[in-house]
Design a protein around this ligand. Structure first.
Ligand SMILES: NC(=O)c1ccc[n+]([C@@H]2O[C@H](COP(=O)([O-])OP(=O)(O)OC[C@H]3O[C@@H](n4cnc5c(N)ncnc54)[C@H](OP(=O)(O)O)[C@@H]3O)[C@@H](O)[C@H]2O)c1
Length: 247
């Protein structure tokens, strides 16, 4: 697809920031959305005048849907929408922090869904568009201390798959992206480097290329993909015995 107008949420750092710059470098006008407007202004100054900073709190579902719908109408139509904004909350083995989990559900589930919902009507009217969700390799099974995070990413993966089935033949395509560990603010708090940690630019290149070829689902890096898919294919007791050792 020849992209002219794109929206990338969670563009103030990490993968979203890199992807917004990557798209702008290819001549796409990119609305870069997040709460930290100063980071987005800096991105525009450093990367390209094709970046348009957009203040957006994805935790607010209704406002997010309305903002994306309004942007689609005002900009003459979004060709590409990347629901990337996300947070990862680890729980202690026997303690759940409801407030933190609630925020994660609001951003990763409500926010991502509202972003895609806001973009769909215009795309359907034009018979043209690309919806992308940044899920995770964690979507393929429950993980110790990451049950909530893995659950939000499994939701996004399943939602995108259903959407892809519904939208076949409409001209609107749907991609589900499943990165392993990528350097970003999200992974910067890890005490030890996680396995197969990717440079942000390498992950952005993989995601950008997947978007441009209209890939339905991409899981990377291959080592994590192979490991997680193998684990997920095991009978549940074996999966749980192996997954318990992952941390
Ligand atoms: N890094 C990894 O290893 C990894 C692996 C698999 C999947 N992912 C997924 O990739 C996506 C990007 O993560 P990242 O690694 O690049 O992390 P990051 O550097 O922490 O970036 C997260 C982005 O989400 C935005 N965000 C958080 N809460 C928001 C809210 N309420 N409203 C709007 N934006 C919000 C942040 O912007 P503000 O704080 O400025 O609002 C920031 O731009 C996430 O969906 C994550 O789950 C990451």
């Amino acid at each position: 697809m020849d992209y002219r107008n794109a929206l990338v949420t969670g563009a103030s750092s990490g993968i979203g920031r890199g992807l917004a710059a990557w798209l702008a470098k290819r001549g796409v006008k990119v609305w870069a959305a997040a709460r930290r407007l100063e980071n987005l202004e800096q991105l525009k100054a450093e990367a390209s005048d094709l970046i348009v900073p957009m203040k957006l709190d994805c935790a607010k579902g209704e406002a997010t849907e309305a903002a994306v719908r309004a942007l689609d109408a005002e900009c003459g139509g979004l060709d590409l929408v990347v629901a990337n904004a996300g947070v990862a909350v680890e729980n202690k083995p026997k303690r759940l922090d409801w407030k933190a989990i609630e925020n994660m559900l609001q951003v990763n589930v409500i926010g991502a869904t509202a972003t895609l919902c806001g973009a769909l009507p215009g795309m359907l009217q034009r018979n043209r568009g690309h919806l992308v969700g940044i899920s995770s390799i964690a979507a393929f099974g429950g993980l110790p201390r990451l049950g909530g995070y893995a659950g939000t990413k499994a939701y996004l993966m399943t939602f995108l798959q259903g959407l892809r089935l519904d939208l076949k033949g409409t001209g609107v395509i749907v991609s589900s992206i499943h990165p392993g560990y990528v350097k970003s603010e999200m992974t910067s708090t890890h005490k030890k480097a996680p396995p197969f940690l990717m440079e942000t630019d390498d992950a952005v290149e993989t995601i950008g290329a997947a978007i441009y070829r209209g890939a339905e689902s991409v899981v990377f890096p291959w080592q994590m993909s192979l490991g997680m898919r193998t684990l997920a294919s095991l009978p549940r007791p074996l999966y749980e015995a192996a997954a318990r050792k992952l941390r």
